[in-house]
Design a protein around this ligand. Structure first.
Ligand SMILES: NC(=O)c1ccc[n+]([C@@H]2O[C@H](COP(=O)([O-])OP(=O)(O)OC[C@H]3O[C@@H](n4cnc5c(N)ncnc54)[C@H](O)[C@@H]3O)[C@@H](O)[C@H]2O)c1
Length: 263
């Protein structure tokens, strides 16, 4: 059987030292599913993801490029074609976190607002814009956009993130309507997920306390592992999800439907 090809953006295995990220876990899972993977990230730890895939017997190439730059995005898609012969799957998984964006609408600078939307939304748009024609030529496939439950809910002083995620859900529906039946597009909306980048600068004791306090807000009474998101992406891009299109799939252990205050 001919192998399929996937691009996963935001797929570095953490930051500085190999750890865990949602995109990294998705890239590893798709490689296990038999995809050749184009691993994309601004950070150098994307190489760790590609190396792990190759070590496990798969095929991968890492491109340290910026999904907000048209030339970089064109290069990413061209690489899928030139190195692996086509494209069947795109998983958009980048996001920007910075202290400057953690402000309410009155306080956030116009620059922070625009940079965040440029990464979180335009980075998904540009990848879809240039990937879709190659996916159509490659007999079609599936796109998954990693959104967040924050597309429906809002953390205090985190409005720009919610706005970007709500827009990703709308972009997902737009792609789903315009490119089906050749390409199915869905969004995955995680709740809180353990990743290396948010573990940096916290001691093990601080992390334990932090995770325990978050877990209290979740009916599952624990925080989510990156593999639990990657498994859902793997299902959504597979033929097992052949009639799922345009959906925002919440993977939050029941947080959004729960009212956990005492009665
Ligand atoms: N971790 C969570 O709790 C959580 C919850 C809900 C949704 N998400 C979403 O999951 C996705 C993955 O995030 P994560 O939690 O694994 O965090 P992460 O920081 O580990 O991953 C994001 C990656 O995107 C990369 N990136 C940022 N800008 C880029 C650009 N312009 N070009 C290329 N790469 C770029 C970063 O270098 C980083 O490696 C994001 O869309 C995030 O919003 C995360």
């Amino acid at each position: 059987m001919q192998k399929k090809v996937a691009i996963v953006t935001g797929a570095a295995l953490g930051y500085k030292s190999a750890g865990k990220s949602i995109g990294g876990a998705v890239a590893l899972e798709l490689a296990r599913d038999g995809y050749k993977v184009v691993v994309v990230d601004l950070g150098e730890m994307g190489q760790a993801t590609a190396d792990q895939i190759v070590k496990d017997g798969g095929e991968a190439v890492f491109l340290q490029l910026d999904v907000t730059k048209t030339k970089d995005v064109q290069k990413i898609v061209e690489t899928a074609k030139s190195q692996f012969g086509g494209l069947h799957c795109l998983v958009n998984c980048v996001a920007r976190y910075s202290p400057g964006m953690a402000k309410n609408v009155a306080e956030i600078s116009e620059e922070e607002w625009q940079i965040t939307l440029n990464v979180n939304l335009n980075g998904y748009f540009l990848m879809a814009k240039y990937a879709v024609p190659l996916m159509q030529k490659s007999s079609g496939g599936a796109i998954v956009n990693i959104s967040s439950i924050e597309s429906h809910t809002v953390l205090p002083n985190f409005g720009v993130y919610s706005v970007s995620k709500a827009a990703i859900d709308a972009l997902t529906r737009s792609l789903a309507v315009d490119f089906a039946p050749t390409i199915r597009t869905n969004a995955v909306l995680p709740g809180f997920v353990k990743i290396a980048n948010s573990e940096n600068n916290r001691t093990p004791a601080e992390l334990k306390k932090w995770y325990a306090s978050i877990a209290k807000q979740y009916p599952m009474q624990r925080v989510c592992e990156v593999e639990e998101i990657a498994n859902v992406v793997s299902f959504l891009v597979s033929d097992k999800a052949s009639y799922i299109n345009g959906q925002s799939i919440v993977v939050d252990g029941g947080k959004m439907i729960a009212d956990l205050h005492e009665f």
